[in-house]
Design a protein around this ligand. Sequence first.
Ligand code: APR
Ligand code: PHB
Length: 389
Amino acid sequence: MRRQVVIIGGGPSGLLLGQLLHRAGVDTIVLERKTRDYVLGRIRAGVLERGLVALMGEAGVDTRMKADGFVHDGTLIAYDNDMFRVDFAKHTGQGVLVYGQTEVTQDLYDAREAANGDTRFGVENVVVHDADSDTPHVSFDQGGQHHRIDCDFIAGCDGFHGVSRKTIPETVRRDYEKVYPFGWLGILSETPPVNEELIYANSDRGFALCSMRNAQLSRYYIQCDASDSVDTWSDDTFWDELRRRIPASAADVLITGPSIEKSIAPLRSFVTEPMRWGRLFLCGDAAHIVPPTGAKGLNTAASDVHYLNQGLRQFYLDRNTDGLDRYSERALARVWKAERFSWWFSNLMHHYPDQSEFDKKMQLAELSLLRDSPEAQAVMALNYVGLPY
Ligand code: APR
Ligand code: PHB
């Protein structure tokens, strides 16, 4: 079997790249180890930067997003039992689009199926061979059969636990990592959101976030111990703790209900360099992870896809390798800025177990600077809506 590009991973990165390449007439195959339903069952952030919104349009998959997504022109920051608003539109002329990542992935799968794209689910033992040669290939097992795909390029879109990053020799690769001493306990409930826009809250008891998927589907998070288990959190204990972490003006109008999903996510910052090795290119979570505080995971995967799509199109249309040769440098320049914002926002909003009284005063000083300084708010707004590609 031969394809121009083998895409390992059928998550948002792999699917978006596959759709963009399809529209350029580039022949791809997507190898996904889980089932389609499993991939679509993942609950992830739903805040889309302007760049991703534009890419979805370029990919021809933005019809539902335009109909169902809703624009947020700002967000609320809460501390000391009060809240202030950061106005994205005032500072950047832009907002963000609230549209669930599950919906993004659904739209991309629907488009790939409509185009008869070749997607293999339930694959096992994916191995990248000779990526550092001009004749790479990928092998995998499926349904008891062994397969080989000769190709021009491999896109490693297989997330943090995939095989692609580990294919790059440790002598070539350098990893950067920060593990945060807490996690996020998230709950999904079929209740109206407590507020029209998101509320990010810093409280003495820890971080909380009030978000949503639509007018009848809310998403809430509270910071928890990294060692916490979902089993120790009943719905009632979650709601009680959330109420204690957000300002009374919000807690008093919070509508609670049974959780339809409840899970704990660890927080980590991670980057691997380079994002290319020979004819293997890493995209998205395969190359980098951010704490969810700034909702930069999907959005930074999108900018990787943008740069790689540009490079591959340039190669196939003009046999020019400039875009591919600059991919890692271009992608990492934006990745590190997203890592910085996510790290800054996480440090600002969370209660650290070993936090000193001085550290707490620094957080409060930064929060009051953000509250009182239009310039500080402009910098946050610029990062939140998304730095240019
Ligand atoms: N072979 C084939 N598929 C694999 C393998 C493998 N060895 N390892 C992982 N995968 C699949 C996973 O099952 C998953 O569906 O690769 C996909 C990777 O998808 P994500 O982890 O979602 O990563 P990405 O597509 O880069 O999306 C980044 O989406 O999931 C969120 O937090 C993530 O917000 C970030 C964004
Ligand atoms: C979410 O809605 O799941 C969400 C929103 C914003 C974040 C993180 C998660 O920063």
